[in-house]
Design a binder for this molecule. Structure first.
Ligand code: PPS
Ligand code: ADP
Length: 207
């Protein structure tokens, strides 16, 4: 019996069908591809391009998008630092379950704090947390502004907007950096293919 936070007298129950069995069935390895970057950097677009490309190769993936999860599981959370941390913690735990199911789980959240991303990494077996920094400068994201949120933040109508009056900590070391700077114009599908190459080279697209 163990006690975990507020849950007392609980016991882990194992099933004889394990992650490895599910991976064999799917002919792939479960993992988490953690996309992080500013609002407007292209996380959702790249997540979809990646999922589409994996699908066409017969590989099962699932996207956990911050915006979408805030419509359901995380609708009780705001954009205060503690709530962003809880948002990331919960999505990290859900992503871990998907990876354990053998699925290539793609998360798409700003996830502005290094310590929160590191805590999600620590949940996973070594190598199975693949952090991808969408490195697009603020001025590019702000010029894109597809939802008009930067304009509202600059006008003071949204407080605590990431990159404007709330912090974003770029990864200090991560598996993949996808850059969109100066003359370096890559399409979302070019970026998705960089991630696919990483997965191929590291054996995630076979059991
Ligand atoms: N204050 C503030 N700061 C940043 N973003 C804001 C804010 N308020 C609303 N939004 C919208 O919420 C989306 C980010 O949600 P996330 O769950 O990814 O954020 S976080 O990881 O908890 O920081 C983000 O979506 P993306 O543009 O897809 O990143 C915004 O559309
Ligand atoms: N590689 C790219 N090159 C040019 N525009 C892009 C690229 N990736 C995304 N975009 C555009 O940038 C905007 C923001 O993309 P989105 O995926 O919504 O970002 P995020 O999920 O990080 O907020 C969209 O209008 C999208 O079409």
């Amino acid at each position: 019996m163990s006690n975990v936070a507020n849950s007392t007298n609980i016991m882990w129950h194992d099933c004889p069908i394990q992650k490895q069995d599910r991976q064999q069935l799917l002919q792939q390895k479960g993992c988490v591809i953690w996309l992080t970057g500013l609002s407007g950097s292209g996380k959702s677009t790249i997540a979809c391009a990646l999922s589409r490309s994996l699908h066409s190769k017969g590989k099962l993936s699932y996207i956990l998008d911050g915006d979408n999860i805030r419509h359901g599981l995380n609708q009780d959370l705001s954009f205060r630092a503690e709530d962003r941390s809880e948002n990331i913690r919960r999505i990290g735990e859900v992503a871990k379950l998907f990876a354990d199911a053998g699925v290539i789980c793609i998360t798409s959240l700003i996830s502005p704090y290094q310590k929160d991303r590191d805590a999600c990494r620590a949940l996973m077996p070594k190598g199975d947390f693949i952090e991808v920094f969408i490195d697009v400068p603020l001025h590019v994201c702000e010029a894109r502004d597809p939802k008009g949120l930067y304009k509202l933040a600059r006008a003071g109508k949204i407080k605590g907007f990431t990159g404007i009056d709330d912090p974003y900590e770029p990864p200090s070391s991560c598996e993949i950096v996808l850059q969109q700077k100066g003359s370096n114009c890559k399409s979302p599908s070019d970026m998705a293919e960089e991630v696919i190459s990483y997965l191929e080279e590291n054996g995630y697209l076979r059991a």
